[in-house]
Design a protein around this ligand. Structure first.
Ligand SMILES: [Zn+2]
Length: 251
């Protein structure tokens, strides 16, 4: 079983604070190195511009660096020109910083406009991991498309959806594993798993996501999140999982 561990590298809890990048990402990368795990980082372009050394270091250690847009907007609510600029500018920023091609993309909030495939293709991307069973913006719009990898409509862009946990309409992410911890322990290794470094922070300072999300997003953050993460990764490893980065050629 191939598992793609993916990190969404963005401001803390919807703000522009970067304690997650400054305080958590370095020790997360050290802990992944110790386990020989290579991850895929979806990095917001303006975060990469603010912390180029951290992103360059992740790439140097063999982690894949892909785009999570330039400023993390909800793309379905953005004007066409904004969508194009978000895709183009973030790719240019990341390629500039890492010196390597940036071919992958994850839509902020798992919120994708219907024309994401053609837009990605036009901007030079070849793969995506933008669909999840539930999105705070798109709701359950992609619930039926969270199984096997497939091509995004109208394009040759390969999509690797975040799968459902235990077949339920719950995305395979650290925040949901924490929330649903009694049942999550029965879930096996997912093809794609996601987390945010800021989930491992031990306290919340600013919070700029929709207010209803706060109790869900902050439940069991910090130490509980960290323990949940390593228990899951070590469990998948001992069950024979192979940790792989995402790319256009992945199966
Ligand atoms: Zn995000």
């Amino acid at each position: 079983m191939d598992v793609a561990l993916t990190l969404d590298v963005e401001g803390d809890f919807g703000t522009r604070d970067l304690r997650g990048v400054d305080e958590v990402l370095p020790r997360l990368l050290d802990a992944l190195d110790e386990r020989g795990v290579r991850a895929t980082l979806f990095v917001v372009g303006e975060v990469a511009r603010a912390r180029p050394a951290a992103i360059r270091e992740a790439a140097r250690r063999g982690h894949a660096v892909a785009s999570h847009s330039m400023t993390h907007p909800a793309l379905s609510r953005s004007a066409p020109a904004v969508r194009r600029a978000e895709l183009r500018d973030s790719r240019a920023a990341l390629e500039d910083i890492t010196g390597a091609p940036c071919e992958g993309f994850r839509a902020p909030y798992f919120d994708l406009p219907r024309d994401l495939g053609p837009l990605l293709e036009e901007a030079g991307y070849r793969w995506s991991s933008s669909k999840a069973p539930f999105s705070p913006v798109a709701g359950y719009r992609h619930l039926r498309a969270t199984g096997a990898p497939h091509e995004l409509a109208g394009s040759a862009v390969r999509e690797f959806p975040v799968p459902r946990m235990l077949g339920l309409p719950i995305p395979e992410g650290l925040s949901y594993r924490r929330l649903f911890s009694p049942i999550a322990r029965w879930a096996g290794a997912p093809r794609v798993f996601y987390l945010h470094p800021y989930e491992l922070l031990d306290r919340v300072e600013g919070f700029a996501l929709p207010r209803w999300m706060r109790p869900f997003v902050t439940a069991g953050q910090g130490r509980v999140a960290e323990e949940t993460l390593w228990r899951a990764i070590d469990g998948w490893r001992s069950a024979g999982a192979r940790f792989v980065t995402l790319s256009a050629g992945a199966s």
